[in-house]
Design a binder for this molecule. Structure first.
Ligand code: B12
Ligand code: SF4
Length: 252
């Protein structure tokens, strides 16, 4: 599937349900496309004309699936069925039926292709901030570092162990795969960084632990968004670590 991205010359990047953040998956795709000699633009679904030779659509929450289908339909209408659509992201991985919903299957003209799981190659790409992501209200001052995959716990209600199977992957320790280049993802010309991490308290070696010592090594002011405890034996962090965590500014 990544072949489609590397061969495309002009790629439309579409995020069908908008948040304040840079759409990190798409920003990595933009970097990947550029590295392969193509160009990428962030456009609404209705802006995907036939001039684009590929539309890359990212999905996230499964409860937004209707919005994703609507976006794909809109791309079909805007490009008169002429621009192939490649869909990826969390929702596409968790709901393989997203593109094949019974009677709705025929609405995708041309057919859309689904990329499932995660890509280590894309994960290593530093998000491309030269694209106009339409960010406002200060969010354009942040860089985004998604620092680890997997989780040593298998809480029944959580999608992460299903999404990010790290067993057998080179570099994975205790079920956690740390992006070895995470520091490069904190770019110097953005004042603040958001660190997105499921395993912020699991602290394997080389992990961006929010200890004060590590913090001194990060020039920007980090905002840490822990998504879960990520401990093999779930336990609250030790008091010293808890004090360190408490000092870090966090925002939802
Ligand atoms: C960051 C994050 C957040 C952030 C930001 C979300 C955002 N809008 O960007 C915040 C903190 C806001 C958040 C909030 C919530 N989250 Co959240 N979050 C995540 C997290 C940790 C990472 C997602 C991410 O940005 N990854 C970084 C990108 C680079 O990785 P990626 O999306 O996997 O993309 C890769 C591939 O999929 C692929 N790819 C992606 N797009 C595309 C497109 C194409 C064309 C191709 C080819 C490939 C491709 O390439 C990438 C590189 O490998 C995931 C867990 C996880 N580990 O995935 C949970 C997760 C998505 N969140 C989840 C939940 C439940 C929530 C909340 C509801 C929690 C709550 N109770 O409040 C809220 C909802 C907020 C809302 N409605 O807006 C669940 C969703 C479950 C579901 N059924 O959908 C997840 C899966 C966690 C879990 N424990 O199960 N979240
Ligand atoms: S510890 Fe957190 S990320 Fe890991 S499986 Fe449980 S809820 Fe999911």
């Amino acid at each position: 599937m990544l072949d489609m991205l590397s061969k495309a010359r002009r790629v439309a990047l579409v995020e069908s349900s908008r948040g304040q953040y840079v759409p990190i998956g798409l920003a990595k795709i933009a970097a990947f496309v550029r590295r392969n000699g193509g160009t990428a633009e962030f456009v609404p679904p209705s802006g995907v004309g036939r001039a684009f030779d590929l539309a890359a659509v990212s999905t996230l929450f499964t409860y937004d699936a209707d919005a994703y289908r609507k976006a794909i339909r809109a791309i079909g209408a805007a490009s008169d069925g002429g621009t192939p659509v490649l869909v990826g992201g969390v929702c596409t991985s968790l709901s393989p039926g997203l593109l094949d919903q019974g009677e709705e299957a025929s609405m995708f003209q041309p057919p859309a292709f689904a990329f499932q799981g995660f890509s280590r190659e894309l994960d290593l790409c530093v998000p491309d901030y030269s694209v106009d992501w339409g960010q406002r209200d200060g969010w354009e001052r942040y860089s985004y570092a998604f620092t680890s995959r997997g989780c040593p716990n298998h809480c029944g209600y959580c999608a992460v162990p299903r999404l990010e199977r790290t067993a057998g992957l080179q570099g994975a320790v205790g079920g956690i795969l740390v992006n070895p280049n995470w520091r490069e993802h904190i770019v110097p010309d953005r004042r603040t960084c958001v660190i997105l991490d499921n395993n912020i308290t699991a602290a394997p070696p080389r992990h961006p632990r929010p200890s004060l010592r590590q913090r001194r090594n990060i020039p920007q002011r980090p905002h840490v968004l822990p998504q879960g405890a990520g401990r093999r034996k779930p336990a609250p962090p030790k008091p010293r670590k808890a004090r360190g965590l408490a000092r870090l500014p966090a925002r939802p």
